[in-house]
Ligand binder design. Structure first.
Ligand code: NAD
Length: 475
């Protein structure tokens, strides 16, 4: 199965074009050639998908958690069977190397297998009561219709982190994948059908954010909006869905820092800094866009980092708009006094390539130090000691991930205690989440929910407290 030339919506188990009949072109980031046409949906298409979800949800919720888990497992196993074609599609639609896409497909499969296991493990709590003959327990109940809106950067894991727990918990879902990665989402929908996900339980509506995403957020029959994307869009979603008191889970951006202390293993720190800043062309919510280095090892670290940069294989960013945005921001940083020590410009070849870029001498309150670029750009900073490093790391509106390289357990623990982030890593990269680890951030990086892990079940279900009177004659 390869992605078709036209990617239709998937509503109530059927492939349907947008009701307007409109399509938009999806180009390959690696060479700007046409990959496919994608359904350009609007409010009417969203309404059809939400109605299908609403109709399908009660019967789905009546199935046991074990049965729903079995279907989730089947879907994960089908994705594993189709690993090569799924990864090839992702590689084409994003421009990332095939091996990276394969790793992401594996991660999406693992998320499915982890969630499937919850079918036989969804523990609640039993507790006491102050009155006699009463037992109290908590059970999980679905929310109803879940809107799932995702980013493009790791398209299959982004979908898997939401779709698996959403449907496992007994919800029906309407997925609005990124307009840049419709093809992999289309494959996920096909596999869901093959796996036995009932019609209407997982619907997919394609389109651009303001035309297809916004009506989904605004739809009064959507009970939960789970969103992965930029802080600006997340803020609008929170305001809009919050107005009708819908539950909102936001996984947003980061300006993640990697700290290199004077006692760090410098080769290891350089290796992790390069991987954290530049893999996936820096298009990771957890990418290390700030490198905070102790004065005593700054020059050595910088030299080795720049040497390592020469061996990097560039990867395109997802769109021409991204390329222009990154390029303009780097240009402004230079105008404002920062030094571009490597890269700094687009590559002279077809496709949307920006050279891996290292900047220094930027003030901590300069634009380049504060905004998320979501591209292959990182900024070096000098600090005198750990307390200065922590202060600089925390001097950001974001708080997603942070890493420190040190041989000192005291420094590592002090950093872990003080740093404002949802994930802290000692002696490795700023990324590295796994399906059983709750992932999310603080401050502008999210609204406190955690995706993946058993924590994801809290996003996609409500807790109900059940009071059982064991002897009514004495109650
Ligand atoms: P984006 O906010 O532009 O788009 C994300 C999704 O929202 C897309 O599907 C888009 O079509 C849709 N959208 C856009 N405007 C909308 C609107 N008004 N209403 C509803 N939907 C709308 O973000 P992006 O460029 O796709 O992704 C990059 C961002 O995602 C970065 O900030 C990155 O850090 C973040 N991200 C976060 C995580 C995490 O887990 N925290 C993971 C991956 C990416």
């Amino acid at each position: 199965m390869v992605a078709p030339q036209e990617i239709p919506n998937f509503v109530d188990g059927r492939a349907v074009p947008a009701t307007s009949g409109q399509w938009f072109e999806k180009l390959r980031p690696a060479d700007e050639t046409l990959l496919c046409q994608v359904a350009r949906s609007e409010a009417e298409d969203v309404a059809l998908a939400v109605a299908a979800a609403r109709a399908a949800q009660p019967a789905w919720a009546e199935r046991t958690a074990v049965e729903r888990g079995d279907i989730v497992r089947e879907l994960a196993l089908l994705l594993r069977e189709r690993r090569e074609e799924a990864s090839a599609i992702v590689s084409e639609e994003t421009g990332k190397p095939l091996e990276l896409a394969q790793g992401e497909t594996d991660a999406a499969v693992e998320m499915g297998l982890f969630v499937a296991g919850e079918g036989r493990r969804s523990y609640g709590r039993t507790t006491t009561a102050s009155v006699p003959h009463r037992t109290v327990l908590t059970v999980r109940q679905p929310l109803g219709v879940a809107a799932l809106i995702t980013s493009f950067n790791t398209p299959l894991p982004n979908v898997a982190w939401k779709a698996f727990p959403a449907i496992f918990c007994g919800n029906a879902a309407v997925l609005k994948p990124s307009e840049h990665t419709a093809a992999s989402a289309w494959l996920f929908g096909q596999l869901a059908r093959e796996a036995g996900v009932p019609d209407g339980v997982l619907n997919i509506v394609h389109g651009v954010g303001t035309e297809a995403g916004a009506p989904l957020v605004e739809h009064p029959d959507v009970d939960l909006v789970s969103f992965t994307g930029s802080a600006a869009t997340g803020r609008w979603i929170n305001e809009t869905a919050g107005r009708r008191l819908a539950k909102v889970c936001l996984e947003l951006g980061g300006k993640n820092a990697l700290v290199v202390c004077d006692d760090a293993d410098l080769d290891s720190a350089v290796r992790w800094a390069l991987a954290s800043a530049f893999s996936n062309a820096g298009q990771r919510c957890a990418s290390a866009s700030r490198l905070v280095v102790f004065e005593d090892v700054y020059d050595q670290f910088r030299e080795r980092l720049l040497a390592g940069l020469r061996d990097l294989e560039p990867q395109p960013v997802v769109s021409r708009e991204s390329l222009d945005r990154i390029s303009e921001a780097v240009g402004r940083a230079a105008e404002q006094g920062a030094t571009v020590v490597a890269g700094g410009d687009r590559l002279d070849r077809p496709g949307w390539y920006f050279a891996p870029t290292v900047i220094e001498n930027a003030a901590s309150d300069a634009e380049i130090s504060r905004i998320e670029l979501f591209g292959p750009v990182t900024v070096l900073y000098r600090v005198g000691d750990l307390e200065q490093a922590i202060a600089l790391v925390n001097d950001s509106s974001y708080g997603l991930t942070a890493a420190i390289h040190t041989a000192s357990v005291h420094r590592a623990m002090r950093f872990a205690e003080c740093v404002q982030a949802g994930v802290v890593v000692v002696n490795a990269g700023t990324h590295g989440s796994e399906p059983h680890m709750g992932f999310g951030g603080v401050k502008d990086s999210g609204t406190g929910w955690r995706e993946a892990g058993v924590e994801a079940l809290d996003v996609y279900s409500d807790l109900k407290v059940v009071n059982l009177v064991t002897d009514p004659t004495k109650a």
